[in-house]
Design a protein around this ligand. Sequence first.
Ligand SMILES: C[S@@+](CC[C@H](N)C(=O)[O-])C[C@H]1O[C@@H](n2cnc3c(N)ncnc32)[C@H](O)[C@@H]1O
Length: 315
Amino acid sequence: MYLTVNKILLGDCLESLATIPNNTIDVCFADPPFNLDKKYGSSNDRLPLDDYIEWCEKWLLELVRVTKPTGSILVHNIPKWLTYYATILNKHAHFRHWIAWDAMSAPLGKTLLPAHYGILFYSKEPKGTKFYEIRAPHKKCRVCDAYLKDYGGKKDQMHPFGFLVSDVWTDIHRIRHASRRDEHPCQLPIHLLERLVLMTTDVGDVVLDPFLGTGTTAIAAKKLQRNYIGIELDPFYYGVAQKKLDEIKEPTLYQGYPVSMFLGKIQSIRDCDAAELFPKQLTSTEKKRKKSAANGDNGHESTETEPTIQLTWPF
Ligand SMILES: C[S@@+](CC[C@H](N)C(=O)[O-])C[C@H]1O[C@@H](n2cnc3c(N)ncnc32)[C@H](O)[C@@H]1O
């Protein structure tokens, strides 16, 4: 049996998903319509609540079906819809994380206006899921270049590249400049998808997005040397995505390792790759030991060479 990859399927996600065999995809990422009356071109983005949830259940179950036993299912949306998706996925897959993505919008006019999106992270099986820790560069003051986090006296224990990301992401911006976005109301930034792809897959794995829009997930996969399958209903978005994919000629590599780059700097890297590229710094104690070892002693502080004085009672 063959799986056709590196292809966008133009059509309805349920019809296209039905053509994909069981247990063949390493990670599924879905960014479905928000049901908020957004202007998407070919689809209706204002369904009655029950109809919307019933439809979501159908494609969520399809995503679980096509995912490999080692694979993950990731779903992006506003918190309201994620609560419904989680209720469905809890019955068929295994909850791992709820990633909060603060996309740096500026909520105006209302308290508690939604300012973050969520990404549900489920694994198909309870054990054996492929997962890689991700590092992002240490946050620095734009004016004085000092580290924003106070490492106190433990600066020598800082990782030389950056920190391990938590489940709250504040370092990836929405696409703000009109010149960098397509004619799509909900295009996601490539760096968000690159981080997720690095976290859940290896080179050569297969990434599936059933709501591809203008191609963000497929572009992230191609740049990181993964295979992709995208599905999109709207012919215009399909065309934009296909054109952008055709324009990618080279993967994004840093010294041979696939990484996510932004403005010439690494934005996300797998911890295992960072360990090769940016070896851990020695702590001050390790440095002292190394120096002593180089001087020919055993690396342990010797009491014989320490200056001592005779204590006499009372001390
Ligand atoms: C929230 S947008 C995804 C945007 C995408 N993540 C990007 O970065 O460009 C949802 C997309 O799903 C598409 N869509 C809506 N209903 C669909 C269906 N039944 N099958 C496939 N695609 C559909 C819409 O045309 C829209 O492009």
